[in-house]
Design a protein around this ligand. Structure first.
Ligand code: BGC
Length: 827
């Protein structure tokens, strides 16, 4: 057989030759045509050179495909914070392979993921979508995800390059950050991913950095990313993020999305003719698009990067999502070993709105329609069996918007004169069409969408109906007009109509047994014209009669009192954690804190499950028996929760980010720019690096914290200096499982420079490894420490500088619990 390395080289060379041959056959207009979206999600085909249509799709927690409708569902994975909480690169690589499998199933060639901006402030609206406050952990997890997706022959675009760490004014904000901080923190995960996993794409951020928009940043895009790191993939704009033809082309932006109208096209052709952009520059952009197409198998005559026979074996998506979720759950407190629960408690009170309707993912472009959802209620009911009485009480419903009506609806798509263009059956009262319409109807022809459903009242009482969206709406119940008017978006974010639309509510008194025909008509183009591309998005909300908030809490307390154990699922809402907005605060919305305190007072065996993608305040944390952070767990939420609560699986997660006890303690709170600028004045000191320096103040839970169902003792450690081109040391840490159950431990290795240097963090994560052991068994975790851990960025020399000296290597369970230390002499 051929040497596999040789074969790979030959394939690369053949692919490059095919790319050059294709490029040589294109005139300027044809080259430029490759650089703009043909539509919302794809790049155009070119039959003459055997180039296929290339489809991109969001995103990090599931692959949506080109349609965003419930009849085209996707496997919904846990939130990226959850993936990072596993600290397990092999597991995350498998998650990447699942994304590739989903992409192939949906006809997508590139997945717009992972999101590797940092948790600079806990208020970041897309916190749930990023991995960690630590650049090393982010880089390792991100590289594993990219490797997994690309194993499946599908491209990735780590995003958003760079410094898109919060959402406020994200289109316009100019992030001011010093060179050293940029290198050591915000660029570091991108660098690690590019060098390690060679992504075939990258997405430029909307924001600017130090005065230059990222889609035009010659220095960072061309010098750093391409020349210094050797990136050879495409740099795609964030959607609608390319603003200036010449600056984008010269600034290294290969592709402007979405299309067809972009700053490239005829504008770029003209700029070349006018001598503003050299044609060789366009060649460079087009070459990279062709290379991407070749890698994913869309260019005739070019071998795909992964030949069909080497694609990974099929993955059972639901099983993997269940495994990922359980492995991501972080057990923060477990007093008296209340967890795992006895196999069959006689009576369990399951409390919380999210217990019946889990929040499986955060809001915005990362959202997918799941193939199905197993709620905590479904999951526990199935796992507990008939011997246990499982009682559910809502307790407190934190949602500020009414959920989509839970009855099936028909959507009629109507033309300008009211004639029918098509219909679509919807499982509930929500329309979300982005880029494409059902039945291939075109956005140009569409004038109105009329949604009709039948509301059947089970009991007498006051129902609430809601219209949520942007545009002109008319709401009717049995022909009576409840609303006829226009709803306008709040704020200036062009995606607000889609991400955070306003709501209007109406009340309707109905008698039990009554059936009411509800019709909601949305008149375009107001709703469709958002950000210049096709979009229809609105919700018909409904809530059945309910008791008062006080009564809901009383019911929950009574249920808890009568049960052996109370499980309270609390969480954030769509309004709190979503793309497009930052969080106003970290408190759980609504009366959930009060609910937990009341339930805990009624039942000492209260387990709180936190269903949130990012840190929340937990003022009751010391007075409940157990706290389990479940993140946004993906579609198998309830199965994973049952696995962990009942002990079939150990909770495997560790915090990828520090949880503050109070909002005011957060090292970085301000996320709103002043005069268009957001100053990263804290420099290198975010997350645990900042907490580490504070005398007397401690967070609620440190970076790295979390436990399983067994105990570990840290027995010994050796660190061996290596000092080659990328590894400074190899560390071996011996840990013993001292408990009664088999278990897994995330062994974390930190590094501290000797002596006092206020310009450097006192401590930083330098490596980690996951180990497993049976009761009584001792195992060794082997951790490689990258050279970068003992280098700092020298701003004067514009280069990395070695920092020799004596370092303290420590190993342990989290950033503030490191029982083992040794000295390492770095020469
Ligand atoms: C988001 C990107 C996303 C894109 C396409 C943008 O608003 O910032 O992360 O990939 O939309 O949905």
């Amino acid at each position: 057989m051929n040497d596999p390395k040789e074969t790979a080289m030959t394939a690369d060379a053949r692919r490059e030759a095919a790319v050059e041959a294709a490029l040589a056959r294109l005139d300027l207009t044809a080259k430029v045509a490759l650089l703009s979206g043909a539509d919302m999600w794809s790049l155009p085909a070119n039959e003459e050179i055997g180039l296929g249509r290339l489809v991109m799709s969001d995103g990090p927690a599931g692959v949506r495909g080109e349609h965003w409708t419930a009849d085209d569902p996707s496997v919904a994975l846990p939130s990226p914070t959850a993936l990072a909480a596993t600290w397990d690169v092999d597991l995350v690589r498998r998650a990447g392979r699942l994304l590739a499998q989903e992409a192939r199933r949906k006809g997508a060639h590139v997945v717009l993921a992972p999101t590797v901006n940092l948790h600079r402030s806990p208020r970041g609206g897309r916190h749930f979508e990023c991995y960690s406050e630590d650049p090393l952990l982010t880089g390792e997890i991100g590289a594993a995800l990219v490797a997994g997706v690309q194993d499946g022959g599908v491209g990735t675009t780590p995003k958003h390059f760079v410094a898109n760490d919060s959402e406020t004014d994200r289109y316009t904000v100019d992030v001011r950050v010093d060179e050293r901080t940029l290198r050591e923190l915000y660029l570091a995960p991108f660098e690690a991913i590019v060098r390690k996993a060679h992504p075939w794409g990258l997405m430029a951020a909307y924001n600017g950095v130090n005065g230059r928009s990222m889609s035009e940043h010659d220095e960072l895009n061309n010098r750093v990313l391409r020349e210094e790191w050797g990136f050879d993939g495409i740099l795609v704009s964030d959607w609608t993020g390319a603003r200036d033809t010449v600056r984008a082309a010269l600034g290294g932006l290969d592709v402007a999305m979405p299309g067809p109208a972009t700053v490239y096209g005829e504008h770029l052709v003209r700029a070349v003719h006018e001598g503003l952009v050299p044609e060789e520059t366009v060649d460079g952009l087009a070459r990279r698009v062709l290379r991407l197409a070749a890698r994913v198998g869309l260019l005739a005559g070019a071998p795909a990067a992964v030949p069909a026979e080497l694609l990974p074996a099929p993955i059972d998506g639901e099983a993997l999502v269940r495994e990922l979720a359980a492995r991501s759950f972080v057990l923060l407190r477990n007093e008296g070993g209340v967890l795992p629960l006895d196999r069959a408690p006689a009576r369990v009170a399951l409390i919380g709105a999210a217990a019946a309707e889990a929040r499986i993912g955060g809001g915005g472009s990362a959202q997918v329609f799941p193939t199905r959802v197993v709620s905590p209620l479904d999951g526990l009911r199935a796992a507990l069996g008939e011997g246990t009485a499982l009682v559910h009480a809502v307790g407190a419903d934190p949602r500020t918007f009414l959920p989509p009506a839970a009855f099936p609806c028909t959507a009629e798509l109507l033309g300008a004169d009211g004639h029918a263009l098509g219909t679509a059956a919807l499982p509930e009262g929500g329309v979300r069409w982005l880029g494409a319409l059902p039945g291939g109807v075109s956005f140009e022809d569409l004038a109105e969408v009329r949604l009709t459903g039948v509301l059947a009242a089970d009991a007498d009482g006051r129902h609430r109906l809601a219209v949520r969206g942007v545009g002109r709406f008319r709401l009717e119940a049995d022909g009576e007009v409840l609303f006829d008017g226009v709803l306008l978006p709040e704020g200036a974010d062009p995606a607000a109509a889609f991400l955070n639309p306003p709501e209007r509510r109406f009340e309707l008194d109905l008698a039990a047994g009554g059936r009411t025909v509800v019709t909601l008509t949305c008149t375009l183009p107001e709703a469709a014209a958002v950000a210049g591309f096709g979009l229809v998005s609105f919700t018909l909300g409904h809530a059945a009669p309910t008791v008062s908030d006080d009564e809901l809490i009383e019911q929950a307390v009574a249920a808890a009192r009568a049960a052996e154990v109370a499980v309270v699922v609390v969480g954030t809402t769509e309004e709190v954690e979503s793309e497009g907005v930052d969080r106003a605060g970290l408190r759980l919305p609504g009366r959930q804190d009060e609910l937990v305190a009341r339930v805990a007072a009624a039942n000492p065996r209260t387990v709180v499950v936190v269903n949130a993608g990012a840190p929340v305040l937990m003022p009751w944390r010391e007075s409940v028996a157990a706290v389990l952070l479940a993140w946004f767990p993906g579609q198998q939420a309830g199965e994973a929760l049952a696995d962990v609560l009942l002990g079939a699986v150990e909770p495997g997660g560790r915090l990828p980010t520090t949880c503050p006890a109070e909002e005011a303690d957060s090292p970085v709170w301000e996320v709103a720019p002043t005069d268009g600028r957001l100053e990263y004045t804290e420099g290198l000191f975010i997350g645990y690096r900042a907490w580490q320096r504070r005398a007397g103040a401690a967070p609620a839970y440190w970076f790295g914290a979390g436990g399983g169902y067994t105990d570990w003792s840290y027995e010994g450690m050796e660190a061996r200096f290596v000092g080659d081109h990328d590894t400074v040391a190899e560390v071996a840490v011996r840990v013993r499982n001292t408990g009664a159950r088999p278990g897994r431990e995330v062994v974390q290795v930190y590094l501290a420079p000797d002596g006092v240097d206020r310009t450097r963090p006192d401590l930083q994560l330098a490596g980690f490894a996951v180990v497993e052991a049976r009761p009584g068994e001792t195992v060794t975790a082997r951790v490689r420490i990258p050279l970068r851990a003992v280098q700092t960025w020298d701003t004067a020399a514009h280069d990395w500088a070695a920092r020799p000296g004596v370092y303290t290597v420590s190993a342990g369970r989290h950033a503030a619990d490191r029982p083992l230390t040794v000295a390492l002499d770095v020469v």
